[in-house]
Design a protein around this ligand. Structure first.
Ligand SMILES: Nc1ncnc2c1ncn2[C@@H]1O[C@H](COP(=O)(O)OP(=O)(O)O)[C@@H](O)[C@H]1O
Ligand SMILES: [Mg+2]
Length: 270
């Protein structure tokens, strides 16, 4: 992860009046409308919203996988033109090459970037250790559990020291206990390094546990309906306690978010 904490608070990504429409056989689908969002260095943004509201579309625009139909998406003042390793992406399904062992999966991006061999080894060892997979470095992905595969996917992104990490429901397919462990791991890594994270989830408690800011989106066409500053949950990490979860501040925000999400018209996905 990014070890440089000097620029905390400076803008990393700016989205200005973003609109995105998909053209499909069934016609035009407006997925995002008038999205304005500034993401600063060190923020942990969590995105919540009803299914089909455009969360993944928004992530893909920031990642550079999709170009907005109109509006401007920038990172560090340069227009985002395509995917690159400055923005590492973790999806719900682990994205590992099945024919490579875990070490080679983690070091893949560094090899592509032609870093010196000893540097590749040093970084790969470091991040295998960070995610607790040192012992399993010679295993193939099929030999690992879902949670371990997801940790390998995370290491694969972290090893590149990206400016930002984007995660699309990364723990959605994991069992409750593994999910909690993964949340703790991501929180610790973020806490240690203050990287910038953008994480989509459908779990309001996950968003409250991890995020410094929560963005709630409306059903399609996706707009940002409300933002919540949830930095108070820092205490959860700092004190390593779950008490924040039972404070009135937490309960109040939780209820308001659930209300916002549940009182939106249900949209069938096409
Ligand atoms: N490639 C595509 N072509 C047409 N419609 C799409 C495409 N991808 C997504 N959509 C539609 O755009 C809307 C937003 O999708 P998505 O961003 O995946 O939502 P979310 O991640 O919030 O569930 C949905 O209605 C979805 O069906
Ligand atoms: Mg999605």
């Amino acid at each position: 992860m990014c070890e440089d904490n000097k620029n905390i608070g400076l803008p990393v990504v700016t989205l200005k009046d973003i609109n995105l429409s998909y053209e499909s056989e069934k016609g035009t689908v407006t997925a995002l409308e008038n999205i304005d969002l500034n993401i600063s260095k060190g923020e942990f943004i969590c995105v919540l919203g009803p299914s089909g509201c455009g969360k993944s579309t928004l992530l893909k625009i920031i990642a550079g996988f999709l170009k907005p139909t109109s509006g401007v998406a920038k990172m560090d003042d340069a227009i985002i033109e395509g995917a690159d390793w400055h923005r590492g992406v973790v999806f719900q399904a682990p994205t590992l090459y099945p024919w490579l062992n875990i070490r080679d999966n983690v070091s893949f991006g560094l090899k592509m970037r032609k870093l010196p061999k000893d540097e590749i080894k040093k970084l790969t060892d470091k991040y295998l250790e960070e995610v607790g997979l040192t012992e399993f470095h010679k295993h193939k992905p099929y030999e690992l559990s879902g949670g371990m595969k997801q940790r390998a996917s995370l290491a694969r992104v972290l090893v590149n020291n990206p400016k930002m990490i984007l995660m699309d429901e990364p723990f959605g397919a994991l069992d409750a206990l593994t999910r909690q462990n993964m949340q703790a791991l991501v929180r610790t890594l973020w806490w240690k390094t203050k990287n910038t994270i953008f994480l989509i989830t459908h779990d309001v408690d996950e968003a409250l546990a991890l995020g410094t800011r929560i963005i709630v989106m409306s059903s399609r066409p996706g707009k940002i309906v409300k933002e919540f500053n949830t930095e108070f949950t820092y205490r959860m990490s700092a004190e390593n306690s779950d008490n924040t979860r039972y404070t009135s501040e937490y309960m109040k925000i939780r209820e308001e978010i659930l209300d916002l999400i549940n009182h939106q018209p249900y949209i069938f996905k096409i």
